[in-house]
Design a protein around this ligand. Structure first.
Ligand code: NAP
Length: 503
């Protein structure tokens, strides 16, 4: 695998939670395994004044808390590449000083004019910072050639955090702004779910085996469930959550990306272009939900009061009478040859019975039942089922029917399990680390393309806009904390003759 290029990682939002809790601990872990470039600098940008040393001390405390292991000497060595620049990224005035600092790095630390900008600020600042980067000529077509050594090509790339837009129009607007300043090949729309091992393992499971691909289609698969649920409520993020909701926060971003890996056709090769081309086709094949079908294809909910937390609608920071969903279940169809007639169900929720992110592939029953009247331990044949658990455990489980030893003949469902953590004896890396390294290597395989983002928004908009009024009204406290969500979600599945995987 190609080593990442020398570069400066410029983090806008250096004083923030994401930088301290995820980005810097992930970089520290990457340094520990020798994955960072030899010539590498981090330059954090935020408004509050602080020195390099003060920022390093703050980050040291956070890394001790959030990295997998702590080594004071290793940190001291790594911290030398971390620097701070105080300034308001929304104001043009800051950028000449920033550019000077970056040039100095190039001269002193051989970072070759390569810049990886990371927007770790609130989404309201994204377009304004991109515009300032352009105004300051930190990226121009001509500047793709390194100013230090003109025989060597330099690059400027940008990583954009979620949320990427608030709806279809705002996502398209952000894409247009980005496209005016950066080439698509230099725009990295991050989804940390794609940095998780098991999501990438989906490519290997599907395309490095012969036994799954022949049955990976509507002829053999009855339906697919993609679930990400958690046991905690919204906590102190009420202001953010109330203007976002579960669909925007989880389904539009993470779950549709997982879907793309499950539904895509085999890429010609494992390259970013080929993988993204197939993911784009899968997301574009999602059948638009019409206003008439929203009510039968979606269920929204809000958790009620628990022993230690008020009902969502009564929390401080939540608008009076808010109809923002803390739970959402939606059904989407994919109009292509592979998936015609096989629905995908997406489900996410707060304060649920279990914390879990998983993909459930439910296969159809055999074409003919050769065992009528034969007792089954579960009362009936349950059908083959592949469960790909992404979190909290990384494992894949395949259920199949088996004869119970002895006589008379009886049948039971059994499970084969591959536990990634146990099998390979290695801890999964924090998702941000490998994704950052990919961006430094110019590998966009695990980043979203503009069309994926916009098609994703198009798929969920009917569950968010005025078409969702019928499923949004009277959702206050329609499910109990610690349950599996509103009864209507079970009814939606029951109408289709199916049930959620609540195990
Ligand atoms: N936190 C997470 O786990 C997480 C996960 C996924 C996505 N995200 C996304 O990542 C982004 C950052 O999240 P966060 O939780 O780290 O937010 P945060 O804690 O609010 O941090 C953002 C930082 O940006 C700085 N900032 C604000 N305005 C600025 C300006 N004009 N110029 C320069 N710096 C400015 C602020 O520091 P100063 O006051 O010093 O300027 C602030 O500390 C958000 O878009 C969020 O949606 C976060």
């Amino acid at each position: 695998m190609r080593k990442p290029d020398p570069c400066v990682l410029v983090i806008f939002g250096a004083s923030g939670d994401l930088t301290a809790r995820k980005l810097i601990p992930a970089l520290y872990e990457m340094r520990a395994i020798g994955a960072l470039p030899e010539h590498f600098k981090v330059l954090g940008v935020s408004r509050r004044e602080k020195t390099d040393d003060a920022w390093r001390a703050e980050l040291a405390a956070s890394v001790q808390q959030h990295a997998k292991r702590w080594d004071a000497e290793r940190w001291a060595e790594f911290a030398k590449c971390i620097h701070y620049f105080a300034g308001d990224a929304a104001q043009t005035a800051m950028y000449s000083g920033l550019e000077e600092r970056l040039r100095k790095f190039d001269e002193e630390s051989n970072t070759h004019g390569n810049r990886l900008f990371y927007l770790s600020v609130g989404p309201e600042l994204y377009e304004s910072i991109v515009q300032r980067i352009e105004d300051a000529a930190l990226v121009t077509e001509g500047k793709r050639w390194c100013s230090i050594n003109s025989s060597e090509r330099s690059w400027q790339r940008i990583i954009i955090e979620k949320p990427f837009g608030h709806d279809e129009q705002s996502a398209a607007s952000l894409n247009r702004t980005l496209g005016r300043v950066f080439e698509e090949e230099d725009i990295y729309r991050i989804d940390h779910y794609l940095g998780k091992e098991v999501v990438q393992a989906m490519l290997v499971l599907r395309f490095a085996n012969t036994i799954f691909e022949p049955v990976w289609n509507h002829r053999y698969i009855d339906h697919v469930q993609v679930t990400a649920v958690e046991t905690v409520g919204v906590g102190n993020r009420t202001a953010f959550f109330d203007s976002t909701g579960a669909i925007r926060d989880m389904i539009q971003s993470h779950l549709l990306q997982i879907f793309a890996f499950v539904a895509m056709e085999p890429p010609t090769a494992i390259t970013a272009e080929d993988i993204r081309a197939e993911k784009i086709k899968a997301v574009r094949a999602i059948r638009p939900t019409t206003p008439e079908t929203v009510a039968t294809h979606g269920v929204l909910g809000q958790y009620g009061k628990s022993a230690d937390e008020d009902a969502y609608v009564d929390l401080p920071g939540v608008a009076k009478g808010s109809t923002t969903e803390t739970y959402a279940a939606i059904k989407l169809h994919v109009d292509n040859w592979r998936w015609a007639g096989t629905p995908f169900y997406f489900r996410t929720g707060k304060h649920m019975a279990k914390k879990c992110t998983e993909i459930v592939v439910q296969f159809k029953p055999p074409a003919a039942n050769l065992f009528p009247g034969i007792p089954h331990q579960s009362g009936k044949v349950l059908g083959n089922r592949l469960v790909i658990e992404i979190a909290p455990f990384q494992q894949t489980r395949l259920r199949f029917e088996s004869k119970v030893p002895g006589t008379p003949l009886s049948i039971a469902s059994v499970e084969m399990q591959a536990d990634f953590d146990k099998q390979f004896g290695v801890e999964a890396l924090e998702a941000y680390g490998p994704l950052l390294i990919d961006a430094m290597r110019g590998d966009q395989s695990l980043y979203k393309h503009r069309i994926e983002v916009e098609s994703g928004w198009a798929a969920v908009m009917p569950f968010l806009d005025s078409s969702s009024a019928t499923i949004r009204k009277s959702i206050a406290s329609n499910y109990a904390p610690g349950s599996w969500g509103p009864a209507a979600a079970d009814e939606m599945m029951a109408r289709d003759g199916r049930a959620w995987h609540n195990e």
